[in-house]
Design a protein around this ligand. Structure first.
Ligand code: AHR
Length: 507
């Protein structure tokens, strides 16, 4: 059997575990909102039309923040359409996803849904078809306590208390030619800088996210970040990163190394942001908001979208409802390891998206809701990652991939909550056919017992869950787990993600 090892030192701390790492994303796209989180008339719907079965799964998933309302959708959105009496809300075309938007769900419904689930809302402003004035109006409507035109309108709409939204995205993927109102880096940077400075005049406590590249493969990647930050460095707190991965050409081994690309993407953006800060002689450090990440079979979607008739405008069509496999879940678990490992700079993240649209939760209109495979590593990581992230040394056999070069078969990270007396090890075996015998030297954490150990793997790496077989793939007890004098052993099956939690005596 192949062997790999992990070492940690409790004094070698990366960062706190940021709760915002476990954010998600609700876009007005496909069935994420309509027949996803919101379906009046559904047997489980509450008085507001929110599906309780979905809400229960969102709670179980452990989502902490939700970005809204897009995504590409936001670049054509008029937020005013979605507030006030429902019978007066206009029906519009959404050009981004070629569908009909009824506006029956808008920002007041969104914030109410978030509050009910103890989720922090994260709002995006439209910098595609709109700009500064509309962003300020939206901010006044959301956050001003009262006594002004728009805050009184909010109160008249049934929300006397301000929504108190702290995190704001300045547009979405403005580097992408597909974006409505797409701009070059200098023009976007100037526009975003103006919007950010004016928003701060209204509310100093905001946290503002400027658009980075929509992916590291964009031809403008790097230059985009540098130019945009030159224009906005003083006025923003975060820069966004987006990344989606898929298995290409049946190369599973390569796909399982996807988080290597995520690691390099993060490191590149940190270097670029810090280089701008150095040039500007500004000691401030820009944080990274990885506010879209997931597995997405984008190439399949592009082929379907190209075949869609131009006169086909539907309400809540079934769009990019990817069905996730065990291998997809292992990659998602590995991306969470990457996000945790970079907690010194990645302080917020949103898995895209939450329900139905490339999502951990699936629903049937009028029917059940169920967990996709990718639900499990997210939920277990959100629950077990506590306290601080530790620098985690990994020694493992390496393998050669088509896209990422030579990479280790094992990836892992350890979190340690000294006060609570718990530690968690998250580990991925990227081998497609070999078990890995893992030896983790955790003596520095003084572990006393293994409290839980679970693995997501399957004889068939392409097994998935469906409405009729919603628990075909679930985490199972991890194999060969022993703890002896602070040394933890486990056997990780091929194509697997695992979490092992321990009690420790250092509290
Ligand atoms: O999450 C789906 C889409 O992916 C978003 O709307 C867009 O921002 C990204 O390209």
């Amino acid at each position: 059997m192949l062997r790999a090892s992990v070492t940690v030192d409790p004094a070698a701390i990366v960062s706190p575990v940021h709760r915002r790492t476990f954010g998600s994303f609700v876009e007005h796209m496909g069935r994420c909102v309509y027949t996803g989180i919101y379906e009046p008339g559904h047997p489980t719907a509450d008085a507001d039309g929110f599906r309780r079965d979905v809400a229960d799964l969102v709670r179980e998933l452990g989502v902490t923040t939700v970005r809204y309302p897009g995504g590409n959708f936001v670049s054509g959105y008029r937020w005013e359409d979605g507030v006030g009496p429902r019978d007066r809300r206009p029906v519009r075309r959404d050009l981004a996803w070629h569908s009909i938007e009824t506006n029956q769900f808008g920002l007041d419904e969104f914030t109410a849904w978030c509050r009910g689930l103890d989720i922090e809302p994260m709002m995006a402003v439209n910098l595609g078809t709109r700009g500064l004035a509309e962003a300020l109006d939206l901010l006044e409507y959301c956050n001003h306590p009262g006594g002004t035109h728009l805050s009184d309108q909010r109160a008249a709409n049934g929300h006397p208390e301000p929504h108190g939204i702290r995190m704001w995205c300045l547009g979405n993927e403005m580097d992408g030619p597909w974006q409505i109102g797409h701009l070059d880096a200098r023009s976007y940077g100037r526009k975003a800088g103006q919007v950010a400075r004016a928003m701060r005049m209204a509310d100093r406590d905001l946290e503002l996210v400027v658009c980075g590249s929509s992916g590291s493969a964009m031809p403008t990647f790097g230059q985009w970040e540098a130019t945009v930050l030159e224009e906005t460095y003083d006025a923003v707190d975060h820069i966004s990163l987006h990344a989606y991965y898929e298995e290409r050409d049946g190369d599973l081994a390569d796909f399982l190394g996807s988080s290597t690309d995520m690691d390099r993407f993060i490191d590149s953006v940190v270097s670029t942001a810090d280089a701008v800060g150095a040039r500007l002689r500004d000691p401030k450090r820009i944080q990274l908001s990885f506010d879209e990440w997931n597995v997405w079979y984008l190439s399949r979607h592009q082929a379907r979208a190209a075949a869609q008739p131009a006169d086909d405008w539907q309400v809540a069509p079934r769009v990019i409802e990817d069905r996730y496999s065990v291998a997809d879940a292992v990659v998602v678990g590995n991306m969470l390891i990457s996000l945790l490992r970079h907690g010194d700079r990645v302080t917020a993240a949103s898995q895209a998206q939450l329900v139905n649209v490339i999502a951990p939760i699936m629903t049937e209109p009028g029917g059940p809701a169920w967990r996709q495979t990718v639900f499990h590593p997210f939920a277990l990581t959100a629950r077990a990652a506590r306290g601080r992230v530790l620098h985690t040394g990994v020694t493992a056999p390496r393998y050669t991939t088509a896209s990422h070069g030579e990479i280790p078969l094992l990836d892992a990270v350890v979190t340690f909550d000294e006060e609570e007396g718990t530690a968690s090890l998250f580990a991925v075996n990227r081998s497609t056919d070999q078990h890995l015998a893992l030896a983790a030297d955790l003596r520095g954490l003084a572990p006393t017992a293994v409290t839980d150990a679970r693995t997501l793997s399957d004889e068939d790496p392409y097994a998935h869950n469906t409405m009729d077989a919603p628990d075909r793939v679930v985490p199972r007890p991890a194999g060969g787990v022993t703890l002896d004098g602070g040394r933890l052993s486990a056997v990780l099956p091929p194509v697997s993600w695992s979490v092992i939690t321990l009690s420790t005596s250092r509290n």
